[in-house]
Structures are given as C-alpha cells and as structure tokens.
Design a binder for this molecule. Structure first.
Ligand code: LIP
Length: 316
C-alpha cells in the first residue's frame, strides 16, 4: 500500500526537514572551519574528475541526515548525492522520498566562498512536494542579504545562534525566507526580454572541449552586444555564477536572479529549489520537454536539464 500523507503530516514533514537542515547547517559550518584550517592537505577527493569535489563532510552530513530520516520515517525513500555516487540507485515510487544534497556547492565549501547549503527536498507521488535550502554562511557575505529581514536572519541551531538563511516551501503554502518572509522579496515586475535579465549560469563539472565551447558560446551570446559584432547577442544585464544549483533556485525565488538554467545537475541539486521557486510564483521546468506549464514530473526531475524563471507580473 503506498504511503499517503495528510495536510498535517505534510506540515510536520516540513518542520522535520527544517530542523534537519538547521542541524546539518551547524555541521557544515564546523566542517568549513576545519577544512579551511587543513586546506592543502587531505580530506578532499574528486569523483568524476578533478573539479568534481567531495569532502569527508559531504559524506558525514549525508549520513547524519539519512540516519535521522531512517529513525523518524523508516518507510520513506531516500536519494542522496553521496549514497548515489557510491552506487545506491533506489527506484522512485509514489511513496514520500527524501532527495538530499548534503552540501550543494562543495567547491565553494572547500574554497570558503560562502554560497554552500544543504538542500532537502521531499518527492511525493513522484513530484517535488517540500523544499528546504539552508545556507549557514550567507550573512558573512553581504549585509543586504541579512538586511532583507535583519531580525530573522539568525537561526537557532542546537542552542547556538548561527548566521544563516533558510528558504522553505510546502506545495500550496507559499515559499518563505527564514519562515516568515514570503518570497519573492518584492512584488514581481515584468520581464520583457533577456536583455533586461540578470541570469544565473554555471560552468558545471563537465569540462570537455565540446561542452565548454557550447557553454562559452551561449554565455557570449547572452552577454554580447549585437550592434558590435556578437551574432545573436542579447546583451543581458549580466550573468552570475554562484556555484550551487540550490542557491540559484533560492535567488530566483527571491527575485534577485531573473532566471537560471543548467544542464548536468542531478535531482538532489534541484529538488528543493523547484518547490521553493514554484511556491514563490516562479516557473520551474527542464528537459527533455521544456514545453509544459504544470508540475515538475519525474521525467523532468531526472532529465538533468533544468530551467527556472522568477515570478513575473501579470502583464502582456
Ligand atoms: C554543484 C551544482 C552546481 C554545478 C556544480 C555542482 P555539488 O553541486 O549545484 O550547480 O554547477 O558543477 O554540480 O557538486 O556542489 O553538490
């Protein structure tokens, strides 16, 4: 018998995920401190190639999360970045399934670039239901982020107050920054063309000539001035590369980025972000068929081609 979740069970699942993200955030901060002290020594491995990094902390955080899930929800599925890369391939069913990236933005985590987060998604009946993205570093970077809501930018983690920014959403209930600030952060404005957009892009892990050339070509056309020789140039306002898919989705949900797309990510990078972005009024989709206006299906979630556009004012 498939597991069904009532409204109140969904809400307590969200609360559980938020607490889990806070607990994991404390470990991520601890890991960051220790890895920065040891930088240059061991503890950092690569998966597919020298830019696909994994640290002992990715594994440790995933274990913490997985154990907590097993204890509280023993019958739920679990898809995690690190267990997947060790060969675990759980089949997706209609049952609730956690879809977790313990540290999204591992390269940032290693370099001390403060855009790294834990991304906890829950898939239910094969579509993302809950999203929690917790970046425990963020207010070290820019004051304006914390000044979005200064009183709420501190999250209480295990009795300790740590800086952090938490995005969460439950389908049909809106998306929030630090629980009470509804996203997007300001009323959506129109988005008339790519030329007025701030766009999230990423270089990703695949650095083959074919792929790097294609990406560079896309980036060049987005940035370039068609009046000065860039064929197909859109001259977008600019592009940003924050190094974490989940953070990109959160920035689109906030309205800070107009759109973000990436090819090559995995469901755990985007699952939580999809719910947060959709609940903020944004449009989330992806391959293989971008042409849809409804839920993100299992096919899209696993399609490894993702696009998200912020909420747009209802204008022609
Ligand atoms: C990262 C993604 C990012 C992508 C990186 C990497 P990780 O995830 O979130 O969008 O460009 O190549 O896949 O490996 O830090 O969990």
């Amino acid at each position: 018998m498939p597991i069904t979740l009532s409204e109140s069970e969904q809400e307590s699942l969200l609360e559980f995920s938020i607490q889990l993200a806070k607990d994991a955030g404390a470990v991520i901060l601890q890991g960051s401190k220790s890895i920065r002290q040891e930088l240059g020594s061991s503890g950092i491995d690569s998966k597919k190639n020298s830019v696909d990094l994994v640290t002992e902390w990715d594994v440790k955080v995933e274990e913490i999360v997985q154990n907590a899930v097993k204890e509280k929800y023993p019958d739920f599925g679990f898809i995690g970045e690190e267990s997947y890369s060790k060969g675990l391939r759980p089949e997706l069913t209609d049952d609730p399934t956690f879809c977790v990236d313990p540290i999204d933005g591992t390269t940032n985590f290693v370099h001390g670039f403060p855009f790294a987060c834990i991304s906890i998604g829950v898939i239910y009946q094969r579509t993302p239901l809950i999203g929690v993205i917790f970046n425990p570093f963020l207010n070290q970077l820019v004051r304006t982020f914390t000044s979005w809501n200064p009183g709420l930018a501190l999250a209480d983690v295990n009795g300790q107050t740590v800086p952090g920014t938490k995005f969460s959403a439950l389908k049909g209930h809106g998306a929030f920054l630090n629980l009470t600030t509804r996203l997007p952060l300001s009323p959506p404005s129109p988005l008339s063309s790519l030329s007025s957009a701030l766009i999230g892009v990423e270089w990703g892990h695949d650095r083959t000539k074919e792929l790097v050339d294609k990406k560079a070509n896309s980036f060049s056309r987005l940035a370039g001035d068609p009046a000065f020789g860039v064929v197909g140039g859109k001259m977008a306002h600019s592009m940003r590369s924050v190094g974490s898919a989940a953070c990109n989705y959160a920035l689109v949900a906030s309205g800070s980025l107009d759109l973000y797309w990436e090819i090559g990510c995995w469901p755990w990078d985007v699952c939580a972000g999809i719910v947060v972005a959709q609940e903020s009024g944004g449009f989330a989709s992806g391959g293989p068929h971008v042409n849809h206006d409804g839920d993100v299906t299992e096919e899209i979630l696993h399609g490894r081609k993702y696009i998200v556009v912020r909420a747009i004012a209802d204008t022609p």
